[in-house]
Design a protein around this ligand. Sequence first.
Ligand code: KIV
Ligand code: ZN
Length: 515
Amino acid sequence: MSQDRLIIFDTTLRDGEQSPGASMTKDEKVRIAKALEKMRVDVIEAGFPIASVGDFESVQAVANVVKDSTVCGLARALEADIARAGEALKGAASARIHTFIATSPVHMQRKLRMSPDQVVEQAVWAVKRACEFTDNVEFSAEDAGRSELDFLCRIFEAVIDAGATTINVPDTVGYNLPNQFGETLRLLLERIPNADRAVFSVHCHNDLGLAVANSLSAVMNGARQVECTINGLGERAGNASLEEVVMAVRTRQDVFTCDTGLDTTQIVACSKLVSNITGFPVQPNKAIVGANAFAHESGIHQDGVLKHRETYEIMRAEDVGWTQNRMVLGKHSGRNAFRSRLDALGIVFHSEEELNAAFARFKDLADKKHEVFDEDLQALVTERGIEAENERVRLVSLRVVSETGETPNADVTLSIDGEERSVSAEGSGPVDAAYKAIEALVTTGADLKLYSVNAITSGTDSQGEVTVRLEKGGRLVNGQGADTDIVIASAKAYINGCNKLLEPALRAHPQGGDV
Ligand code: KIV
Ligand code: ZN
């Protein structure tokens, strides 16, 4: 079969970040972008530069470090958005501006309050303006999944004439069904006279659990770019999951006439990194990247796989990065072994100082825990990210007393804006006592919406990885912490969340604006 290229456009850093509670710092976004580049993702949508200074700086930082993937910035069809995206992408080796406007009757009438003619005019203007910054311009018809086909044909033809090189067809609200969505793509490609001058793309949301199926159906009908996210992160029920789309196309080469250029062995590392940074766990039965995705429980299956792997496995675990022989580091491992393991995990350091600091933390951990696994290294580097930021609150010491028949008590000392302060508090358990003490000192007034603790690896010497989600005035932030002592990990996570709440957060939403 002929091998067209299927372009993978990853929007974990933009649509993925729109998952409530999944916001990421600039450093975290750069780490994810480097991992995506290493996986050979074609286009990385790094953010929505007009949304906030933080978003602008993140897109700029990603544009400056990524060399092998195209870096993309989102912009509504507005002058300020496009100019800001152009500015943020200046340093990119290859830059794309992604501009969009809604095209469904309900969005045009109720949200934009614009006539179809005005929408076409605005879209054409926006594409021409974006072309002044780069010749790589993508146009999206927001809510295309509920737009009229004739209108889509009209607006797409006009924006291709205006210079758009990628035409994206989003199922913004996840309303479409696979056969219908595939048919839409087929008809668009058939009817638009200049369709051959652009790559047709799809961007599917998962409200009915059909994002991957809809994307694949579109690919079977001629789409040659899929927009997706690691672990299916994204607005509401999420976007099409990158790993599922990529592995479906790779595994079913008997059906697809195209393939991606991805190094699929990086998939599991990317998935773990995104889960680790966002605090969104991957369900064990998640396809490709779930802990059970390649585990065989039934005796019949185990027997079959031992006799001949293909009896029950359609993919090889190692092809998506589940390594059988995970290298284990320990307290005798040297700096080179540490560096090369991090390198293999796609973890990149900006400076020798950062590497040295991480190595010192690794040695501390290896003293407490004799075998250090890949998962420990990921957590250790996330901790580096946490500490590298200019956090105002730091944990100086924590002492917890927990005894049968006694009320647990915590003594906490924090450094707040450089000044050390201590307090004692009681709680229903050691974590509750520690949180009450921290809150007494920091006084965020936030509600704890989620507290989850996971063992990073197996065994009672495993590090506990704690995620908290804090809410204050409608704003949600995640905090993470890891330690072999889960009460300390819990305190670190709460403090990390407090630091994020103390940062200013002024952020616009792509679908929330005027145009
Ligand atoms: O879902 C959507 O329509 C989007 C657009 C901005 C492409 O995210
Ligand atoms: Zn979207």
